[in-house]
Design a protein around this ligand. Structure first.
Ligand SMILES: *Cc1c(COP(=O)(O)O)cnc(C)c1O
Length: 407
C-alpha cells in the first residue's frame, strides 16, 4: 500500500524538518523560562523568543515590538476583536466584518453583538471578493474596526487588503486582518497594506501547532487593546502567560524560511494547481471552480462536482488522498460551508464540493494520482446518481457551462 497523499494543507501543514531542528534544543537543554531574568537559562530562552519576534516582524515589515505571541490565530482573532471593542467603547461600538470569515472571527463578532456591539456582516460577490463600495457605505461615525481576512481558508480567495487598508485609514478606523492563510504564501506587508492589527498562525506555514501571533501597530495610528488574558503582564501586558519557547522558535524559523523561498515556492505550487485543475476538468464535465482564480492562494482549489455527494466522494478517495469537504471546522458539523453559501452557491453543490490544499511537500506524481482517482470515483458515483442524470437532460443548467467563463 502506498501512503495516503496529504493534500489538506489549508487545514494544517507538517512541520518542516528544518523548523523542527531549530525547535528541539528548547524542549530539553535550553528549557528556561523566557521571563526568568536572573540566570543564563532564562536569558537563553528570552534570546530565542526575541530572535523569533524579529524574524516574524521582518517578514511582515513591522517592528519586533509590535508582535504579541499567542496560542494561534484563533486566540489572536479573539484578542483583536474583543480587545479593540473593549478599548474603544467610548469612541463607538460598531464593527464591520465579512460573512466569509473564519468561524473564530464570526463567533467573536457574534459574542460582541450579544454584548452591546453592533456588527455588520458584509456580503461577498459570486467570486468570493468583498465589494469595496458596500464596505465604504457600511462605515458610520460609530465604526471602530474593520476586520477582513487576507486570504480565505476554504476558497483561497485573496481580499483587496491594500484598498481596504487605505479606506480604513482615510476614515480613521482600525483595520484588522486574519492573515493565517496568507503569511508565508503571498507577500504580506503591514505598511503597504495599512494594516493596524493582524492575526497569524504557525501551523499553516510548516511551523508547529499551538502558536501564533498578533501584530499590533505602535504608531500612526497606535492600535490599542484590552488584554483578554491576565497574569504576569507578559507581551507588553497584552497577553499574559509563560511563553512556549520551542513553538515560538519554530514559528520564527518557519516564517523566515517561507519568506525566503516565497516566490519560487508559490510558482511551483501554482503550476501543480494548474495541472490538477486541467487534469480534472479536461476529463470531467460538470465541475465548477468556486472562487476567483486570479486573486487566490497558489495552493488552493475548491471544486464542485455536480451530481456527486462530497462525503461519498471523500469516502471513495480516502485510500488515496486526504482532503476536506468545505472547511475542516464545518465538516465536523456536516453543514454546507458558510463560505460557499455566502457566495451564492446552492446547498446541493456545496455538499458536492472538495477543497484541495497543495503544499510544499506535494509533487507532480501526487497531482497525477489524485486527478486520476478523482476522475475515476466521480465517474463511478455518477453512474448511480439520479441528480446527475437529470442534469444531463437539461444542458442549460449543466454547471460545466459555467466553467467556460472562468479565465
Ligand atoms: C487556521 C485558521 C485560523 C485558526 O488558527 P489556529 O492557529 O489554528 O487557531 C484562523 N483563521 C484562518 C483563516 C485560518 O486558516
Amino acid at each position: 500500500m502506498t501512503k495516503v497523499i496529504y493534500m489538506d494543507n489549508l487545514a494544517t501543514t507538517p512541520v518542516d524538518p528544518r523548523v523542527l531542528a531549530v525547535m528541539l534544543p528548547y524542549f530539553t537543554e535550553k528549557f528556561g523560562n523566557a521571563a526568568s531574568r536572573n540566570h543564563s537559562y532564562g536569558w537563553e530562552a528570552e534570546e530565542a523568543v526575541e530572535h523569533a519576534r524579529a524574524q516574524i516582524a521582518g517578514v511582515i515589515n513591522a517592528d519586533p515590538r509590535e508582535i504579541i505571541f499567542t496560542s494561534g490565530a484563533t486566540e489572536a482573532n479573539n484578542l483583536a476583536l474583543k480587545g479593540v471593542a473593549e478599548m474603544y467603547r467610548d469612541k463607538g461600538n460598531h464593527i464591520i466584518t465579512v460573512s466569509t470569515e473564519h468561524k473564530c472571527v464570526l463567533d467573536s463578532a457574534q459574542y460582541l453583538a450579544e454584548h452591546d456591539c453592533r456588527v455588520t456582516y458584509l456580503p461577498v460577490r459570486a467570486n468570493g471578493l468583498v465589494d469595496l463600495k458596500a464596505l465604504e457605505s457600511a462605515l458610520t461615525p460609530e465604526t471602530i474596526l474593520i476586520s477582513v481576512m487576507f486570504a480565505n481558508n476554504e476558497t483561497g480567495v485573496i481580499q483587496p487588503v491594500e484598498q481596504i487598508g487605505k479606506l480604513a485609514r482615510a476614515h480613521g478606523v482600525l483595520f484588522h486582518t486574519d492573515a493565517a492563510q496568507a503569511l508565508g504564501k503571498i507577500p504580506v506587508d503591514v505598511q503597504r497594506d495599512s494594516i493596524d492589527i493582524m492575526s497569524m498562525s504557525a501551523h499553516k506555514l510548516y511551523g508547529p501547532k499551538g502558536v501564533g501571533a498578533l501584530y499590533v501597530r505602535r504608531k500612526n495610528p497606535r492600535g490599542r487593546l484590552v488584554a483578554q488574558m491576565h497574569g504576569g503582564g507578559h507581551e507588553r501586558g497584552m497577553r499574559s502567560g509563560t511563553l512556549y519557547v520551542p513553538l515560538i522558535a519554530g514559528f520564527g524559523a518557519a516564517a523566515e524560511l517561507a519568506a525566503a523561498n516565497l516566490a519560487s515556492e508559490a510558482a511551483r505550487i501554482a503550476q501543480l494547481r494548474q495541472h490538477l485543475l486541467t487534469g480534472i476538468t479536461g476529463r470531467l464535465r460538470g465541475v465548477t471552480v468556486h472562487g476567483d482564480l486570479e486573486h487566490r492562494l497558489p495552493g488552493n482549489l475548491n471544486l464542485g462536482f455536480a451530481g456527486v455527494e462530497g462525503e461519498a466522494l471523500l469516502m471513495g478517495l480516502g485510500d488515496t488522498v486526504a482532503l476536506s469537504s468545505g472547511s475542516a471546522c464545518t465538516s465536523a458539523a456536516l453543514e454546507p460551508s458558510h463560505v460557499l453559501r455566502a457566495m451564492g452557491i446552492s446547498d446541493e453543490l456545496a455538499y458536492s464540493s472538495l477543497r484541495f490544499g497543495i503544499g510544499r511537500f506535494n509533487t507532480e506524481v501526487d497531482i497525477e494520482r489524485v486527478s486520476d482517482k478523482i476522475v475515476e470515483i466521480v465517474n463511478r458515483l455518477r453512474q448511480f446518481s439520479p441528480a446527475w442524470e437529470i442534469q444531463q437532460r437539461s444542458p442549460a443548467t449543466d454547471p460545466s457551462t459555467k466553467l467556460q467563463s472562468i479565465p
